[in-house]
Design a protein around this ligand. Structure first.
Ligand SMILES: Cc1ncc(C[n+]2csc(CCOP(=O)(O)OP(=O)(O)O)c2C)c(N)n1
Ligand SMILES: [Mg+2]
Length: 287
């Protein structure tokens, strides 16, 4: 499993501006984005458990979450989602629809050819597209300084004739504000944008990662920058929410998660006789 812990503000701050009609593509680290886009948590959890009640009948697993009802997809192939998102944006433009396509990627994926090819066409055709780069400073064990020619990817936007933004410190309010502007611009025919967000991967690349590549003290330092407790404290300090209200929301979230896990555990395993359903067999589509 590639967990999203620490990166929640990137998904919440962006997807708050999207509807079910807008299209989102995500990566191997997709769970926070899927939840924020409104993917059904019960069926998503069953998919992660490889059960037949999962979004794809248990065929996709935790990296490949598809939910057509809210226009969401994720892929374990790094940078794969950018092209389909630009394609969805082109489709919206050609059909005159007021929808936006958003591709979430990691900062490592911004060095893939697919990123540059897709952004070039998005900039040329001025499609309603926003690229969100979650800069957690690592691609598996390789830090950004060792892999990327520029310290910040927002400067690359100029090469594709689109505005670029960098959000520091995983700040939910800033992410919300910058995403609002970019999504509104795309929705109103103003073309694409690139937003890179400094975020923190509070866990390993995957569960079980020994994280021996991290400098000493880094894990403790980034744990202190976890946006969730910081936001909780800020909401209370600013009188934006009462403690009782926050506790009610946290209880509700716990209950929703517990229900999804119970749903997934109770769901049946896929049956061997269904293995060839929903796949192409010998060129014929066997539904
Ligand atoms: C095309 C491709 N190349 C290599 C991999 C192996 N791989 C999986 S995750 C990953 C690093 C991705 O780093 P980043 O884009 O920063 O995302 P993060 O894991 O930090 O969220 C790599 C190289 C892959 N899945 N797909
Ligand atoms: Mg990364």
């Amino acid at each position: 499993m590639h967990l999203s812990r620490g990166q929640e503000p990137c998904a919440a701050g962006v997807c708050a501006h999207l509807t079910a009609d807008d299209y989102v593509t995500a990566t191997h680290r997709a769970h926070h984005i899927a939840i924020a886009k409104g993917v059904d948590l019960d069926r998503m959890t069953a998919e992660i458990f490889g059960r037949s009640s999962g979004l794809s009948g248990g065929r996709g697993g935790h990296m490949h979450l598809f939910d057509c009802s809210v226009n969401f997809m994720s892929s374990g192939i790094v940078a794969e989602g950018i092209g389909p998102a630009v394609g969805a944006a082109l489709s919206f433009q050609m059909r005159g629809l007021p929808h936006v396509a958003v591709a979430f990627i990691g900062e490592g994926a911004a060095n893939q050819g697919a990123f540059h090819e897709a952004l070039n066409l998005a900039g040329l055709w001025k499609v309603p597209f926003v690229c969100i780069i979650e800069d957690n400073s690592y691609g598996i064990s390789v830090d950004k300084k060792s892999s990327t020619a520029v310290p910040r990817n927002d400067v690359r936007a100029a090469g594709y004739n689109m505005p670029g933004f960098y959000v520091e410190d995983n700040d939910p309010y800033e992410i919300y504000a910058v995403a609002a502007e970019a999504i509104e611009r795309a929705r109103n025919g103003g073309g694409p944008s690139l937003i890179e967000i400094e975020t923190f991967r509070l866990t390993g690349h995957f569960t079980g990662d020994a994280e021996g590549y991290r400098p000493e003290g880094e894990k403790e330092a980034i744990a202190k920058r976890d946006a969730l407790p910081a936001m909780r404290a800020k909401l209370i300090a600013n009188d934006a929410a009462a403690l009782s209200e926050i506790e009610r929301i946290e209880r509700e979230a716990d209950e929703i998660a517990a229900r999804a896990i119970a749903f997934a555990r109770a769901a049946p395993e896929p049956m061997p006789e269904d293995a060839l359903k929903m796949v192409f067999v010998g060129g014929d589509h066997n539904d």
